[in-house]
Each structure stands twice: as structure tokens, then as C-alpha cells.
Design a protein around this ligand. Structure first.
Ligand code: ATP
Ligand code: MG
Length: 554
């Protein structure tokens, strides 16, 4: 622009581009004696520019105002308490929730120094003493008797340097977490157990657990076989949690619980209009929902045959076709199947597809029934009482006897129910007695006792009757069994028995001796070798001998 300046002006200052008002412009034209014929045109341009700028400014102003209102609503309605302080720690903004938590009027807080407000809560001042430059710090404080998480965020940049405090009651955090967990749990998408929840003292069980842990690390299919209540579900959860897909969903489907006609649509999903009552937009099947995680096929032995065929195809192809759909959906899912049925038998009866069994059975886990590891009965019972109720009581030997002689058809599930019963029944008692056990456990103990005693009793009278009918007196039989028993460990031949018996004044012909031994053998009182190996007494024989002695002495 300097070139426009008239030559006669010697002293020039370059002020750079600058807005010039209309009146200054006129003065300049006048002072320089320049042509004013274009003035109107310049004036119009100038006005248009002004109008335009003012319109933009007003739109900008409306927008900013709207944003400020939105911001105020968002900040005010935000679930957490928010306090905003500038670099001098002066509070410029506070929302409804923060005022509620602090139990102070907003007007009282704004423009106060944060220290003055927070310092009213003795321990809260600790957060203020922390290093000003740390970007984020959080601690739990007691505010009006409620545990509250207070977080301070330091926002610093070229143009800002401020502090945002968030305040949130711990109970609301716990409630929120619970809501999320319940929602996931309702869908069955979270695992509840890990391997540490499987309790055992038994060597064989420990081996099974180690094996399962090893299988978990792979992505191969697993088949868990066990009687009811032996922890199939527990193992499935634990395997998922120890597997590479632990971060993915855990989806369980129980074939015993879904009506046959719904299994397919539940597993594979359906397209809109696939059948009457089909949801609008269709529905994802469980395979799709388990994508990137584990699908637990519980009670697989109950899966109908037509579903078994589709399952086999899905496992082979790793893709599903929704009911009524045409497009194939790929699904990468880890399968854990479980059953309490005898699958081998089901295959024989053509109720379970053999090819599906082999597909699922890449890694089999066979959990032995509780009856075969009785040491776990007392161990799980005491451990349950300790972890669930924090009590450790001695179990009296008679109660122990009852627990050990029970059959536990419901396995660990039944045992845990008994533990619950014991906890309530034994309150106030120092040790667990048979009185504190449920009827079913006591009944089985007396049943075993009575059954064995009475069974033996009646079978012993029968043996004596048969022998008597064959002309063999009980007294003589008693002598004979004593001789056989005395030679325990060594088998005695018929001749030798005959000789020794004669010493006791019982003379038997060879034929009679043969018959006696045959009858005793049939009564399972003795074992007789096929050739000349001889004879020995059985456990039942020893009891029968005791029975005879008791009879003669009593
Ligand atoms: N070894 C164990 N240690 C601790 N708890 C166990 C053990 N085994 C089973 N349980 C518990 O017993 C109960 C039954 O276990 P789970 O439901 O896994 O059995 P299941 O084999 O799936 O039974 P069902 O065939 O009846 O479905 C659960 O409460 C589980 O936590
Ligand atoms: Mg189960």
C-alpha cells in the first residue's frame, strides 16, 4: 500500500493492514485531496461488509449461547458430582449432584477457593495436598458419613490450566456394577467359577483338574462326562476362564431345558418371518452370541437327533445358517459339551450320533462320582462351612460314620445341601453330631446297618436250615469252619479236614464231606479250589461262624 502514498509526504510509517472507519477514510481522502467520486461505491461496500459481519457475529453469539445452555444442562444433569476450578483453584462451576453430595448451596460454592470448600471435610483436604501437576488422582473419602470417590483431573494446555473434581458415592458405583453384572449374568454370559472353586483332596480328582487346565489352554472341543451334581458346569466355567477366549462371552445352553421345536431357532437364530411369531428383524442364535467366546452345550445327551446333525455340520464348517435364512454366518466358537448320560450306550441305541460324539470328544474329561473319593465328603463339607459361614467345627466320629456310609446319589450338590442343613441345625453346638444331619443321611446309615445285619441274619438261618435238612448239625459245621479259619492263608484239602474233624469226634464219610463242602460253598461261606487246591473261609463265612458261636453261647 505504501506506493499509494503521495510523493510529497516524507515521513512515512507502515502500520500494516488495519480496519479504518468511514470517517477516517473521508479525512484521509480530504487531507490528500483525492478524488471523491468513488466514495459512494466505497461506502456501500463498507456497509455491506459491516452488515455481513454483524449477522455472522449474531449467529455466532446465538450458537455459543445454545452451546452454553446445552453444556449447563449436561453438566447439571450428569450423574457424578462435578466441580470446576481455574488455575488459581477458584471454583467457577458446580453441578447439582456435587452440591447434593457436599450438602452446600451452589451459590455458596461458586467463586470460593476449592480449598475453602473441601477443607470443611477434614480428610478431603488430603487430595488437595497432592502434587498439582499429577494429571489424575482419586481416593475415597468420607463425606457426610458416606464413602465417596473423589477424582481430580488436572487439565493443562497452552490456553487452559484448570482442575475438574468428580464426586461419586461408592454405593452408586457398586449398584451400577451389580446392575451390569446381573444383566450379563441373566444372559448367562459371564463365568462364575474358576479352577480354585473346585475343591478336592483326592489324587485322581486332582489329575482330572490338571488335565482340564491343560485342555483349557487349547481351543479344541471338550466333552465333560459326570454324574449329576459332580461339577460339570463348574468345570465348564473354570475352563472358559482359563482359556485364550476368556475375554469373550460364555454362553450356556441346556438341551434338557429347551423344547425340541425351539432348539434350532435358539441355537442358530432365525430370520424375520421364518415362522409365525418370529420376531421382527429376526434373532441371533446362541452360536452367534457366543462368537469369540465359549458355547457350553449342557446335557448334550438330550439334544434331539435332527439337531445333532445340524450341530455336527456347524462344528465342521464353523458357520451357521439361520432358520429361514439364506446367508451363511461364520462363527468361531469354543465348544464345551457336558453330559451325565452314558453316551456309549446312547450311541448303541442310536440315540446319539457317533460322528458327533467323536467331534465333541477331542478332549474328554471324566469326573469320578463322589462315592469313589470319599475323603472329599468331609473335606468339602468342612471347607464349605468355613468359606460360606466362617465356622470350623469338629465332626464327631458317629456323624462322620453316617456321612461316609451315605451313597450320595446327588454327589457334591447333595453334599452342599447337607452342609447348609448342618450349618443351621448345629448352631450353638461345639461339634457336629448325627442329630445335626438330615434324615436322608441318617436313614441311609441305619439302613445300611440294619440291611446288612438283618440280611445276614436271615441268610444265616437259611444256611443253618439247609445244612440241618441235609443232616449236618450246626455244631459240626462250627467245628469245621473253625478248622478252616485256623489254617487261614493256607488252603486245606478235603482229606486233611476230614482227619482233623475226626479228632473233634465228628466222623464224616468221604461222600458226606464232599456234600458238606459243596453246600458251604453254595452258601458262599467257603471257597473251594477246583482240584486239590483246597478250601478257605470267606468274609461271610467268618460272620456265619460268629453267628453260630453267638447262638451256642447265648
Ligand atoms: N469339587 C467341587 N468343589 C466345590 N464345589 C463343587 C464341586 N463339585 C461340584 N460343586 C458344586 O456342586 C454344585 C453342583 O455342581 P454343577 O452344577 O457344576 O454340577 P453338574 O455336574 O452340572 O450337575 P447336573 O448334572 O445336575 O447339572 C454347584 O454348587 C457346584 O459349585
Ligand atoms: Mg449341570
Amino acid at each position: 500500500m505504501m506506493h499509494l502514498c503521495p510523493q510529497e509526504i516524507e515521513h512515512r510509517i507502515d502500520i500494516g493492514p488495519r480496519n479504518v472507519s468511514m470517517s477516517s477514510f473521508l479525512h484521509i481522502l480530504e487531507a490528500l485531496n483525492l478524488d471523491k467520486k468513488h466514495l459512494d461505491e466505497y461506502a456501500r461496500k463498507y456497509h455491506r461488509m459491516l452488515l455481513d459481519a454483524s449477522r455472522k457475529l449474531s449467529a455466532f453469539h446465538i450458537n455459543t449461547e445454545r452451546m452454553r445452555k446445552h453444556e449447563a444442562v449436561i453438566i447439571n444433569e450428569y450423574d457424578d458430582g462435578l466441580v470446576y476450578a481455574d488455575e488459581d483453584h477458584c471454583i467457577s462451576l458446580v453441578n447439582k449432584e456435587a452440591a447434593r453430595i457436599l450438602q452446600m448451596e451452589k451459590e455458596y460454592i461458586v467463586n470460593k477457593k476449592i480449598h475453602d470448600v473441601m477443607a470443611e471435610f477434614e480428610k478431603l483436604s488430603v487430595i488437595l495436598e497432592e502434587d498439582d501437576d499429577s494429571p489424575k488422582s482419586a481416593s475415597i473419602y468420607d463425606i457426610h458419613g458416606k464413602k465417596t470417590v473423589v477424582t481430580r483431573i488436572h487439565v493443562s494446555g497452552d490456553t487452559v490450566n484448570s482442575y475438574i473434581y468428580t464426586l461419586r458415592g461408592i454405593d452408586s458405583i457398586q449398584k451400577l456394577e451389580k446392575e451390569v453384572r446381573t444383566k450379563l449374568a441373566e444372559k448367562g454370559y459371564v463365568t462364575k467359577y474358576s479352577f480354585s472353586n473346585i475343591w478336592t483332596k483326592n489324587r485322581k480328582m486332582k489329575k482330572v483338574i490338571e488335565m482340564a487346565r491343560g485342555f483349557a489352554a487349547t481351543e479344541k472341543n471338550i466333552l465333560i462326562m459326570a454324574q449329576t451334581g459332580m461339577g460339570k458346569e463348574l468345570f465348564a466355567h473354570a475352563i472358559h476362564q482359563a482359556s485364550p477366549v476368556r475375554k469373550g462371552p460364555f454362553v450356556a445352553v441346556n438341551f434338557a431345558g429347551i423344547p425340541d421345536n425351539l432348539v434350532e431357532s435358539e441355537l442358530f437364530g432365525y430370520e424375520e418371518g421364518a415362522f409365525t411369531g418370529a420376531k421382527k428383524g429376526g434373532k441371533k442364535g446362541l452360536f452367534e452370541q457366543a462368537r469369540g467366546g465359549t458355547l457350553f452345550l449342557d446335557e448334550i445327551g438330550d439334544a434331539p437327533l435332527h439337531v445333532q446333525s445340524t450341530l455336527l455340520r456347524v462344528l465342521q464348517e464353523k458357520e451357521v445358517l439361520r432358520v429361514g435364512g439364506t446367508s451363511i454366518i461364520p462363527v468361531a466358537v469354543r465348544i464345551i459339551a457336558a453330559t451325565n448320560k452314558d453316551i456309549a450306550q446312547a450311541i448303541k441305541e442310536k440315540k446319539f450320533r457317533e460322528d458327533l460324539f467323536y467331534r465333541l470328544n477331542t478332549f474328554p474329561i471324566d469326573i469320578p462320582p463322589l462315592q469313589t473319593h470319599k475323603e472329599d465328603i468331609l473335606y468339602i463339607l468342612t471347607r464349605y462351612l468355613k468359606t460360606r459361614y466362617g465356622i470350623s467345627k469338629r465332626i464327631s466320629s458317629s456323624a462322620e460314620q453316617c456321612l461316609l456310609s451315605h451313597d450320595w446319589p446327588g454327589n457334591v450338590r447333595e453334599l452342599i445341601n447337607v452342609a447348609e442343613y448342618v450349618f443351621h441345625a448345629s448352631q450353638g453346638a461345639r461339634q457336629i453330631l448325627p442329630d445335626h444331619l438330615p434324615e436322608v443321611v441318617l436313614a441311609s446309615e441305619t439302613k445300611v446297618f440294619q440291611r446288612s445285619e438283618s440280611l445276614l441274619d436271615s441268610s444265616f438261618t437259611q444256611i443253618s436250615d439247609t445244612l440241618m435238612r441235609n443232616g449236618l448239625p450246626t455244631e459240626m459245621i462250627g467245628q469245621l469252619l473253625k478248622i478252616i479259619k485256623r489254617r487261614e492263608g493256607k488252603l486245606c484239602g478235603r482229606n486233611s479236614l476230614q482227619k482233623q474233624l475226626s479228632k473233634e469226634q465228628w466222623i464224616l464219610s468221604e461222600g458226606k464231606m464232599k456234600k458238606t463242602l459243596k453246600l458251604l460253598k453254595e452258601a458262599e461261606v467257603i471257597l473251594v479250589g477246583r482240584t486239590k487246591q483246597g478250601t478257605c473261609i470267606t468274609a461271610k463265612g467268618k460272620k456265619y461262624l460268629q453267628y453260630i458261636s453267638d447262638l451256642s453261647s447265648g
